[in-house]
Every structure is written in C-alpha cells, then in structure tokens.
Design a protein around this ligand. Structure first.
Ligand SMILES: Cc1cc2nc3c(=O)[nH]c(=O)nc-3n(C[C@H](O)[C@H](O)[C@H](O)COP(=O)(O)O)c2cc1C
Ligand code: SF4
Length: 464
C-alpha cells in the first residue's frame, strides 16, 4: 500500500536535471505540441524562470497594457467576463470575488496562496518553479485591479528552492521597474513580499493564512466577515490561488472571449491537473476544461502502467469524494460534470488508485492526515477526525463490528458543515465516499477479523 503514496511523492519531486522515463514526460507535462499552453508554455525548460526569457516571449506586455491606460474596474470586468474560476479548490469566480472589495477602501491587500499542501496536489509549485514571472505579472495586475498597494506570495516553508526562485524573480522585477514606486511610469505603487509559511495544511485556508501572516496562530476565523471586506489587519484582502493569478496575463492579452474558447460555458479556460499514481505518464498537465476523463486517461496519461488496473480516482485532491473506475470513465473534467457525478474538481490533484490498493488502508492514511492537520479549534473536527481515524484503525486491527460502520456515519454527520472551516468536511467527504463505494472492503475486514495493521507496510509512527 505504500506504493500509491510513493508514486505521489515521486511526482511531487522538484526539478530533476535530466528527464528519464516518466520523469522526462512529467517535466514536459503538457498535452503534446498542439495542446493549449496558456499556463505551461515554459514547463520543462531550464531557462523559463528568467526575466529576460519571459520578456522575450511576451512577458510583462499584459502589465504594460493594463498600466498604459486601463482602469482597475476594466481589468476586473475582463476577468469577470472570462469566467475564470478560482483554482484553489472552491471554484469561485475570480472577477466576482474582486468585486467584493468595497469601493471606498483606502487600503487593500492581496495574497497569492502558494501553500499547496493538499495530498495529491502539486501544480502550483510547477508554475512557480518553471515560470515565476507569469504568476508575478498576474499578481501585479490583480493587485492593480483591486487597488492593492501591498501584496504577498505565501509559500509553504518546505518549498525552500521555490522560495529562493520566487524571491529572485521578485528582485528582478524591482530592478526592472515592474514593482516598487511608480511602476512603468504609471503612478501605481506596489510592494510584493515573499512570505514563508511554516508548513501547516490549515495555513492554506485563507483566514488561517492571513492570521499566520499577522503573527498569530495559523487558525481559521469565522466567516463572515469575508477577507474581501475585512481581512489582513482588518482591511479588505483578496486571497487567490497561484494558478488563478497566473491565468490573468493571458486573459488580458487575448481577451475574455479567447479564454472562453477553451473549456465549457460554466467551466471556461484551461486547468492544470497534477496526476500521481501508477499511470504510464504521471505529471502536471494543462488541458481545456471539459475534456472527457477517458480521453485524458488514455491519450494523455497513457493508461495504467504495465500490470496495473484502474480501480478508482480521487480527482480533485484528497478532500473530494472518490469515484470508482466505471463512474469516473463517464465524466468530463469540469466543475459541472464532476459535480453531477457526486465529486468535485477541487484543486485538480488527481490520485489514480490501482486495483491492488487496499481502500481501507488508503482511507486510514487520509484520516490520519486530517486528524494530524486539524487545528483543534472546533470540537466536531478535533474529536471527529480522531474518531474516524481510530475507527478505521480498529477495523484494520481485525476488531471491527458492523456497528462501527454506523459509528463512522454517525461521527461524519456530527462533523459535516458544523465547523469554522471546511477541513472537517474535507475529512468527511472522502470517508463517506470510501464507505459508500467500497463498503464490501470494510465489511470483509469485519467478517475476516484478521489484523492487517500488524502486516502493514507503514512505519509504526504513521499508524498512530
Ligand atoms: C484546509 C484548507 C486548505 C487549503 N489550502 C489551500 C492551498 O494550499 N492553496 C490554495 O490556493 N487554496 C487553499 N485553500 C482554499 C483557500 O481557502 C482559498 O479558497 C483559495 O486560496 C482562494 O483562491 P481562489 O479563489 O483563487 O481559488 C484551502 C482551504 C482549506 C479549507
Ligand atoms: S474545522 Fe478543523 S481545521 Fe477548521 S477551524 Fe475547525 S478545528 Fe480548525
């Protein structure tokens, strides 16, 4: 069972110097030469992070256009019209969110969320690693659109190489006059700070992120008020995902209609998917939203690796419901199709689960994660995640009873929708779906009563 995790970890690796086997494909992770490359044009290159390269390929022209005469409201309107939906998980329309900043606000802040801690999700680090200037240009334009004079790029502390890379790119921008006072002679002033997080999943939640930058515990706050009205230092604050802001320069240069030419009506544009698990070509891929999963799986990922068979897929990061192979095969990769199938597009962190995977062991690993990462403020989450983890462990020790399956459901119903932030739901959604879709595996453990934990390949500490 360690195998699926090993695959995920392998796909999460930073840059490797030369591509060999799937790693090479991973680092050229786009849909062939004719696939759309709105976000991934410089993926896999060794020079794409340099300002000179980015400028030569059209970089900072969108910023020049914006600062050359557009008003913040016009920029907001183009992004709203493009239909871009936030790529951090919830899919909320980016332009609409920007519109929530009160017109009369004197001080507005902007945060780029590069915490990226959801198991299975590793797309934002690709964007920042291979092409930091695309995100920085998008950030400057986004800050202008909401009239922010101070922005932050909040990067998970473990991503040391990424923090260095982004800081160097920010320094290049100051030197080139893209940041600082009177940017490109427009009169617009903006400072951008690269902030290092300490590596807690909950700091990816927007209010937890803001609290942590204010120097408090990185714990979420009750909403409302929403950050767009009262966020950092109680001032209006927009938090957007890396991929969301990185999409902005292309939209400005090519227009909302051109963006809408990709994807579906309700899910316009392209999206990055990070794919882990035993497929022939795991990696990060940019595809137009709405592509049938079947096409993505067969043509882009190359199907399962030799000797493997598809069992199930967690399509949008570990917090969304799992779908068995036959159900996901009928879905398209967009918000509405996956929603109708009972799951979510989420962050686009796709975990491919092979036939040989023990689903009870997999959910044990996930429940351990959510229990470990709960910030502890809300009783249903703090206690509920612990109960779910313990109950699944009990089944695997061969000590489960049919009542334990009811207890799992009982605990889930005491957690869902009853907490300050959605981490509690993020544990409930996979738990409930694993039980609903793979109930036979849970029941078999109860009937069999053979302890499997003793044979587990997980290190002892990870089972506690
Ligand atoms: C527990 C938890 C962790 C999250 N982690 C991230 C993250 O790492 N990156 C991210 O962009 N959004 C994350 N989010 C979502 C953010 O709260 C927020 O919705 C998002 O950054 C908004 O950006 P978007 O509108 O561009 O999607 C997380 C949410 C929760 C509840
Ligand atoms: S739901 Fe969990 S993680 Fe979120 S605030 Fe409550 S205790 Fe913290």
């Amino acid at each position: 069972m360690r195998s699926w995790r090993a695959c995920a970890a392998a796909s999460c690796r930073g840059p490797t110097p030369t591509g060999k086997g799937w790693t090479e494909l991973n680092h050229n992770g786009v849909v062939g030469p004719s696939g759309p490359k709105l976000l991934s044009a410089r993926f896999g290159r060794t020079d794409g992070h340099r300002l000179a390269v980015y400028e030569k390929e059209g970089g900072y022209q969108a910023l020049r256009r914006v600062l050359g005469g557009m008003q913040p409201a016009e920029v907001q309107a183009v992004v709203k019209e493009s239909g871009l939906r936030g790529r951090g998980g919830a899919g909320f329309p980016t332009g609409t969110k920007w519109g929530f900043v009160p017109q009369a606000a004197e001080q507005v802040y902007f945060f780029v969320n590069a915490d990226e801690s959801e198991p299975g999700t590793f797309k934002d680090r690709f964007l920042l690693d291979y092409d930091p200037h695309q995100t920085i240009e998008g950030t400057i334009i986004s800050c202008f659109a909401v009239r922010a004079s101070l922005g932050f790029i909040y990067i998970r502390g473990e991503f040391g190489w990424l923090i260095d890379r982004v800081q160097k790119a920010v320094d290049e921008c100051y030197a080139a006059g893209y940041l600082g006072k009177n940017i490109l002679g427009s009169g617009y002033n903006l400072d951008l700070i690269v902030h290092k997080g300490a590596g807690a999943y909950i700091c990816g939640e927007e209010t937890g992120l803001i609290n942590s930058v204010e120097g408090r515990k990185g714990q979420p706050s009750i909403k409302p008020p929403f950050p767009a009205v009262s966020g950092f230092l109680k001032k209006p604050t927009i938090v957007n995902n890396v991929e969301s802001v990185a999409s902005v320069p292309w939209i400005i240069m090519n227009g909302a209609a051109a963006y809408r030419a990709f994807g579906t009506e309700k899910s316009p544009g392209t999206k990055l998917f990070s794919v882990s698990g035993p497929v022939k070509r795991p990696g990060v891929y940019e595809i137009p939203l709405g592509m049938p999963f079947r096409t993505f799986f067969n043509d882009v990922l190359g199907g399962m690796a030799d000797g493997e068979e598809l069992k199930a897929v967690i399509v949008g990061g570990s917090s969304v419901p799992v779908l068995p192979a036959d159900e996901i095969m009928n879905c398209n990769l967009d918000y509405e199709s996956l929603g109708s199938a009972g799951t979510m597009l989420g962050s686009g962190g796709m975990i491919i689960i092979p036939k040989r995977c023990d689903m009870v062991e997999l959910i044990q690993v996930l429940m351990h994660f959510y229990w470990d990462e709960s910030c502890g403020q809300c009783t249903p989450c703090r206690e509920g995640t612990g109960w779910l983890h313990r109950l699944v462990k009990k089944l695997r020790r061969g000590e489960g009873t049919p009542e334990d399956l009811e207890r799992i459901e009982h605990v889930c119903s005491g957690m869902a929708g009853l907490t300050i932030c959605p981490l509690s739901d993020a544990a409930v959604m996979p738990m409930r779906s694993f039980l609903a879709k793979f109930r036979g595996e849970f029941e078999a453990l109860i009937q069999d009563q053979t302890p499997v934990a003793a044979e587990s390949r997980w290190p002892r500490g990870e089972q506690e």
